[in-house]
Each structure stands twice: as structure tokens, then as C-alpha cells.
Write a protein that binds this ligand. Structure first.
Ligand code: 13P
Length: 338
């Protein structure tokens, strides 16, 4: 484990005004996205779509890294350049999703899941590193309902996250540690705050127990928001304050950066929340985005399978807005200029 390499990569991933594009949808997930725009889920279409995103002129000014799905890591651009090489040539760090997805938790009975993919991970990391990946992602999923999350689900998911993180660091690959608390329930913002607090506490306890170098990780948490079905929604300010309250309590200052997932928030709200937190300030970590849907939804729709220029324009706009939010310099009026 090379501590300097890990720390330098983690810092670069959260450099001021830049964030991470999560373009690591599995073949099954991208099918759901393509279905919405009537595009067939073929390898050629997946390649064309990712090519459109990664050849967007200027997106690299706002994008520090891209998380790729395994297929894309070994794919070439339409011009014949391996995607990781294309990204690296623009100063964008290639990363790789290494988990194998969330599966039902044995004996749980509460519709909870455990993320799989540890078997053979040490060998896979060497293969990914040779292909150019310098960071990785593993997503643990925590559900909120009347009985969940259980201590059982929190514990095993935190344990697996730490095992993954330790293996990544052994290979000088920065682990993005992603404990995602889903926002699809009817719970209040207070419940989300409480659960996020408990989960982050468990995750950092496991990272410490398994000797993970905190200077060489990037945390990818959910923001503290009410469930989408909760009748009482929160203001941008409330979300920003609640999220910062938990992060300040639970995330050691040794961690170089925090890059949020968007989790189903609308594009503009995800930007507004990030901007609001950076305007409030008072923390030492880089605080940026690692959005999937909130960065891609507009680009995907504008592209529609063939409109490459419109797709690129929509992608660049969102990347720019989020880059400004990462500096606390976004303003709603800038959206209209699109
Ligand atoms: P969303 O921003 O769409 O939640 O995706 C981010 C991600 O990488 C989830 O694992």
C-alpha cells in the first residue's frame, strides 16, 4: 500500500470545483434508462452513449473522475481509443464499480440486502488496475421502513465495505465507500438523519477495525432528506444543515473528501443542496458530487439515441452547474441560461 499515491488520488477526486460522474450503470440498470428513451440495450448503443458523455468538450473542467462499469473499462471509444485512456488524456481519473450488486440478506426478512462481490476481488483489482482504473466503488444499500434498518444489516454491510476498502488500498486503488440510505420511503428527515448517523458510525468503526487508511478513501454518502413519500418535504437549507450536522459528527477530518450520490433527487435539487452546503462551509473535506442520475438524466433524454450534440450540451450544462455548486457559487438564475 502506497499511502502517498492513495492520498494524492483521493485529493484529486475531490479537487475544488470538480466532481465525479457515476456512469457505472450495470447492463441491467442501463436497460431501464434506455427503455425510457426507446433505445435498444445493445453493446454498441452503450458504447455510443458513453462515448457521447466522455467526448463532451470541456466536461473535464468540472469532472475529476468517472466511475465505469466493467464492460466500459475494457471498451474503446468510437474513435478507437480505450475509454480509460481517453479519460486520462483529458485529466479525468478512470474508476471502476467493483461490487456485484445488492442481494437479499439471508434470514433477514425485512427486505434488506447485502452487497456481494468480495470473492476474487483481489485478482479483479489487479486486472482493473492494469486497464487504468485508479479508484473503485462499492455501494451498500440500507433501507428505511417500520422495522429497518436492522443492526444485522448495518453491521454486515459496514463490514463488507471495509473489507472491500482494505483490498482496494492494498492495490493502491482508492475505494469510494458508499453506504446509501435509500430515500424511497415515507420517513421524515429526522429519521433519515438518525439512520445516517448510526450507519456512518458503524462504517467508520469497521474501516478503523480493518486498518483502512482514512487519508486514502472518498466517502460517498446520501444527503439527509425526507423519504420521497413523506408528506412533509424539507427546504434546501434544512437538508444542507441536517446533512452537515451528521457529517461533522461522524466523518474524521483525515478523510480528504465526500462526494454525494444523488439518489433520485431532481437534477436541480441535487445541485442546490450541494451548493447550499458549500455556502455554509465550516469543514475541511472537499465536498462535491458523484452523481449518476442527476448528471445524466437531461443528457440521456437530449441524446435520445442519436442526437449527440444535444446530449453533449445537456451533459456539459449539468457538469458545469454541479462544478459551481461544489464551490458554493451556483445560483438558480444560471439554470435558465441553458
Ligand atoms: P445516483 O446519483 O443516480 O444515485 O447514482 C450514484 C451512484 O453511483 C449510485 O451507486
Amino acid at each position: 500500500m502506497n499511502e502517498q499515491i492513495l492520498n494524492a488520488t483521493a485529493k484529486a477526486m475531490v479537487a475544488p470545483g470538480r466532481g465525479i460522474l457515476a456512469a457505472d450503470e450495470s447492463t441491467g440498470t442501463i436497460k431501464k434508462r434506455f427503455d425510457k428513451i426507446g433505445v435498444e440495450n445493445t453493446e454498441a448503443n452503450r458504447q455510443a452513449y458513453r462515448d457521447m458523455l466522455f467526448t463532451t468538450p470541456g466536461f473535464e473542467q468540472h469532472t475529476s473522475g468517472v466511475i465505469l462499469f466493467e464492460e466500459t473499462l475494457f471498451q474503446k471509444s468510437l474513435a478507437g481509443v480505450p475509454f480509460p485512456e481517453l479519460l486520462a488524456s483529458k485529466g479525468v481519473i478512470p474508476g471502476i464499480k467493483v461490487d456485484k450488486g445488492a442481494q437479499p440478506l439471508a434470514g433477514g426478512g425485512l427486505e434488506e440486502t447485502i452487497t456481494e462481490g468480495l470473492d476474487g476481488l483481489r485478482e479483479r483489482l489487479q486486472k482493473y488496475k492494469a486497464a487504468g482504473a485508479r479508484f473503485a466503488k462499492w455501494r451498500a444499500v440500507i433501507t428505511i421502513n417500520e422495522e429497518a434498518p436492522s443492526d444485522y444489516a448495518i453491521h454486515v454491510n459496514a463490514h463488507a465495505l471495509a473489507r472491500y476498502a482494505a483490498l482496494c488500498q492494498e492495490a493502491d486503488i482508492v475505494p469510494i465507500v458508499e453506504p446509501e440510505i435509500l430515500m424511497d420511503g415515507d420517513n421524515s428527515i429526522e429519521v433519515c438523519e438518525e439512520v445516517t448517523d448510526i450507519v456512518l458510525d458503524a462504517v467508520f468503526a469497521e474501516l478503523s477495525a480493518q486498518q483502512v487508511l482514512l487519508e486514502g478513501i472518498v466517502l460517498k454518502p446520501n444527503m439527509v432528506v425526507p423519504g420521497i413519500k413523506c408528506p412533509e418535504q424539507a427546504s434546501v437549507q434544512e437538508v444542507a444543515e441536517a446533512t452537515l450536522r451528521v457529517l461533522k459528527r461522524r466523518v474524521p477530518i483525515a478523510v480528504p473528501g465526500i462526494a454525494f450520490l444523488s439518489g433520485g433527487q431532481s437534477d436541480e435539487l441535487a445541485t442546490a443542496h450541494l451548493d447550499s452546503m458549500n455556502k455554509i462551509g465550516g469543514f475541511t473535506w472537499g465536498l462535491t458530487f458523484s452523481y449518476g442520475r442527476a448528471l445524466q438524466a437531461a443528457a440521456l433524454k437530449a441524446w435520445g439515441g442519436s442526437n449527440v450534440e444535444a446530449g453533449k450540451a445537456a451533459h456539459l450544462h449539468r457538469a458545469k452547474m454541479n462544478g459551481l455548486a461544489a464551490l458554493g457559487q451556483w445560483d438558480k438564475s444560471l439554470e435558465k441560461a441553458a
